[in-house]
Design a protein around this ligand. Structure first.
Ligand SMILES: N[C@@H](CCC(=O)N[C@@H](CS)C(=O)NCC(=O)O)C(=O)O
Length: 199
């Protein structure tokens, strides 16, 4: 087993999907959490200057979804066929497109609040309806077993619900999927033991 070291802030954020994949497959890793105050001096030491990064026996992978996809392939969570894998990637990218439209780093709190309100009120409902339609009556988003697309839905919707509790109340199937992911024993154990952070 390689030595894995994940470097990210003390947040769920873009690191959590990676932590879910490690947790689900019971893979040991170093969960290295950087304090925000230390980031300015660390940033210039990191190629591309962004985190998360994952070191795999000293080889550094950047980009959270590239890291997650690599781990998903290693652990059988990427989809069972090339077609399933394409669908998993498409769902992950769809959710990520939406998450990336939020102005996370905006300093002006009024501007930030307005943008968040607008996205949650006007954009989220269409996305949720489409995800609901895509899921239909299936147990998991893609194929017959859990994939990292299901994990990504849970991770991202947890953050969305922090900003707008009740956001997915109109979509019981999406809520049930979230509950199913969180009830997987290894994920339930991780959620119980992980550091409590707002994001
Ligand atoms: N698309 C990249 C985004 C990486 C990113 O923007 N990371 C943020 C934290 S979520 C960061 O490094 N912020 C500090 C900075 O840009 O200086 C990914 O998914 O890894």
């Amino acid at each position: 087993m390689p030595h894995y070291k994940l470097t990210y802030f003390n947040l769920r954020g873009r690191g959590e999907i990676i932590r879910y994949l490690f947790a689900y497959s019971d893979i040991k890793y170093e969960d290295h959490r950087i304090e925000q105050v230390d980031w300015p001096k660390i940033k210039p030491t990191i190629l591309f200057g962004k985190i998360p990064i994952l070191e795999v026996d000293g080889v550094i992978i950047h980009q959270s979804l590239a890291i997650a996809r690599y781990l998903a392939k290693e652990t059988g969570l990427a989809g069972q066929t090339p077609l399933e894998q394409a669908l998993v990637d498409a769902i992950v990218d769809t959710i990520d497109d939406f998450m990336s439209t939020f102005p996370w780093g905006e300093k002006n709190q009024d501007v930030k609040q307005q943008a968040f309100d607008d996205l949650l009120t006007n954009t989220a409902p269409g996305l949720l309806q489409d995800l609901n339609n895509f899921l239909g009556d299936n147990k998991w988003l893609v194929g017959k077993s859990v994939t990292w697309a299901d994990f990504y839905w849970d991770v991202c919707s947890t953050t969305l619900l922090f900003f707008r509790p009740g956001l997915i109340d109109n979509h019981p199937k999406l809520l049930a999927l979230k509950e199913k992911v969180q009830a997987l024993p290894a994920i339930a154990a991780w959620i119980k033991q992980r550091p409590v952070t707002t994001l």
